[in-house]
Design a protein around this ligand. Structure first.
Ligand SMILES: NC(=O)c1ccc[n+]([C@@H]2O[C@H](COP(=O)([O-])OP(=O)(O)OC[C@H]3O[C@@H](n4cnc5c(N)ncnc54)[C@H](OP(=O)(O)O)[C@@H]3O)[C@@H](O)[C@H]2O)c1
Length: 340
């Protein structure tokens, strides 16, 4: 067992409430590859090593096992609850009246917690698909984005803060037009925005927009999700860990290319949430935020390596009549929804 990391060496990020959040967290979506038990063991091992931020979600179907791991480290006094920063997310099938509270209560019960540090609206659509379904699968009930419907979900989230069940709120898989439509109507502004973010998909405009609105960018698939299932791959996808810029910088630092993706994210001001169940991987992932930073020239070289290559396209959330996955991301011209 390696020595736990010296946490004082890690940079601290601040949310718009002034509260601290760790600069890097552990993802918990095992996709088809890793089961709940393995992921819960990784959560426990990661916390013993020094992780404090764990990114959970109801739809990952492993919160009950993660809750047992959290209970063990809390009961043993490895950490106190206040030292941990635990997120969860309401899934698309629970946007209706009363369902957000029910979802939050279920996540809290499964995770064996009294409150969540951050609660995300996982996707801005109420469009449900069964986990693991084909990318060609379409729901006849699927709907395009509606600011009014989203704000009804957000009002339910705001009530969770009022009730003390949740400390901060977050949005996920949003675009600038969608944020523009809803932010002026939010009583409680989001503290964080979860967005896909890796060297070949940097989303500079969305990143800048979030920072300008005091919303912390939390980066998912920070290594380019190299273990995602075949069904989620297309011929045009770029592998971040194969980019020559990333490989050469990794060689210069004597680390795996995955680690360079994470260093770049942390230094840019994104909070990456890499997934791994392998102790040497998840340990090096957190450690890299504390040691041997990239130079300004290396940061600039990676900035120029952007390929605008979105990996999580979200096809299964498309509604009848949509022309392609780009519609989910408002890429076909001006968004045409009614204002709330
Ligand atoms: N809000 C959303 O809609 C959303 C969407 C997607 C993901 N997420 C969150 O983001 C998290 C991360 O995304 P992700 O799991 O798709 O992708 P990722 O973190 O980019 O990639 C994870 C994979 O990278 C490899 N890896 C990790 N550390 C490594 C290291 N040090 N050296 C070499 N390889 C390493 C592992 O592959 P092997 O398993 O082959 O070792 C691991 O499975 C998820 O777990 C989830 O919490 C959120």
């Amino acid at each position: 067992m390696p020595e736990p990391l010296n946490l004082a060496a890690l940079p601290v990020r601040r949310l718009n409430t002034g509260e601290a959040i760790p600069p890097l967290g552990l993802g918990t979506f095992g996709s088809d590859k890793y089961g709940p038990r393995e992921i819960a063991d990784a959560v426990e091992g990661a916390i013993r090593y020094g992780y404090r931020l764990i990114d959970c979600a109801a739809v990952y179907q492993n919160e009950a096992e993660i809750g047992q791991a959290l209970r063990r480290v809390l009961d043993e006094g490895v950490v106190s609850r206040r030292e941990l920063f635990i997120t969860s997310k309401v899934w698309n099938d629970s946007h209706g009246p009363g369902q957000v509270l029910a979802s939050c209560r279920k996540s809290l019960a499964d995770l064996q917690l009294d409150y969540l540090d951050l609660f995300f609206v996982h996707w801005p659509f109420p469009n449900y698909h069964p986990p693991g379904c084909s990318v060609d699968s379409r729901s006849p009930d699927a709907k395009p984005f509606s600011p009014a419907a989203y704000l009804e979900v957000w009002r339910q989230c705001e009530a969770l803060v009022d009730m003390g069940l949740v400390r901060h709120l977050g949005m996920s898989n949003m675009t600038i037009p969608k944020l523009e439509a809803v932010l002026p109507h939010c009583r409680i502004q989001p503290a964080a925005l979860e967005l896909e973010c890796h060297p070949s998909f940097q989303q500079p405009e969305l990143f800048d927009y979030a920072v300008a609105h005091h919303i912390l960018p939390v980066g998912f698939c920070p290594i380019g999700s190299p273990s995602r299932p075949e069904r989620d791959r297309t011929a045009a996808d770029v592998a971040d860990t194969e980019l020559p810029e990333i490989r050469e910088i990794a060689e210069a630092h004597g680390v795996h290319p995955a680690v360079i993706c994470l260093k770049w994210a942390v230094q840019r001001g994104v909070v990456p949430i890499p997934f791994s169940v392998k102790p040497p991987q998840y340990q090096s992932n957190l450690r890299c935020a504390a040691v041997d930073p990239l130079t300004d020239a290396e940061m600039e070289r990676i900035r120029q390596a952007d390929k605008n290559c979105r990996l999580v396209k979200g096809q299964v959330f498309l509604w009848p009549g949509a022309s392609g996955w780009e519609d989910l991301w408002d890429e076909h011209g001006t968004a045409t929804w009614a204002q709330p």
